[in-house]
Design a protein around this ligand. Structure first.
Ligand code: CDP
Length: 212
């Protein structure tokens, strides 16, 4: 069973993907971490985020790194990740790693921006998670605050809008809803409500996929 969860920044896709993975006993890959780790590696080497060659080398070297999520989840790294994620060669360097994760026996849950469209177009379950930019900014500000970061709601909202724009308008694997994905708007849902809605979609789509 392959479950593809896509959506914009702070839509809640990561939490949903984790909960679904737990529920079905599947491994979970947060693909945003791959782009965040690529950007982190570049910055740690003192390179510029626009250095395409170094970015590709960093992406290719990722398998060798142990992800330190604490270092990757900050506000700055989301922005940096979306810069390297717009480079087609960087995306190409990360495709096989993601596909081989998805091919694990029994399946997997992957969340990101292009899972249902590019990485796993044949996924059994595809959900596109959204929420208004304001709701997402509120959630992200709370999350960053919880991690001890100093945050300003207006700046977070601005980040989110900028990132939506960059992710949706890049030429390589732009953020878009796969034709066969189901839209889940979590604006008015709490974590449990969103999980129940996602579970219902996943069970229904999986049953349909198993019959065809
Ligand atoms: O949690 P949040 O949605 O803020 O960020 P993330 O999922 O960790 O992704 C960070 C950035 O990586 C995004 O803004 C995208 O530019 C990029 N990304 C991507 O291009 N493709 C993916 N499959 C996952 C992330």
């Amino acid at each position: 069973m392959i479950i593809a969860i896509d959506g914009p920044a702070a839509s809640g896709k990561g939490t949903l993907a984790r909960r679904l993975a737990e529920h079905f006993g599947l491994p979970h890959l947060d693909t945003g971490l791959l782009y965040r780790a690529t950007a982190r590696a570049l910055l740690d080497e003192g390179r510029d985020l626009s250095d395409n060659k170094a970015a590709v080398a960093a992406a290719r070297g990722l398998a060798l790194l142990d992800f330190d999520e604490e270092k990757l989840r900050g506000r700055e790294m989301g922005e940096a990740a979306s810069i390297v994620a717009a480079m087609p060669d960087v995306r190409q360097a990360l495709v096989e790693m993601q596909r081989s994760f998805a091919r694990r026996p029994g399946g997997a849950v992957l969340d990101g921006r292009d899972i249902g469209t590019v990485i796993c177009p044949d996924a059994d379950v595809k959900i596109f998670v959204t929420a208004t930019a304001e709701t997402r900014a509120t959630r992200r500000a709370l999350e960053l605050k919880g991690r001890g970061e100093k945050v300003d709601y207006a700046a977070v909202l601005d980040d989110i809008r900028k990132r939506d724009e960059r992710d949706a308008n890049r030429s390589s694997a732009p953020l878009r809803t796969a034709d066969d994905a189901e839209l889940l708007d979590t604006t008015k849902l709490d974590v449990e409500g969103a999980f129940q809605a996602a579970l219902e979609i996943a069970e229904r789509q999986y049953a349909a996929a198993s019959q065809s």
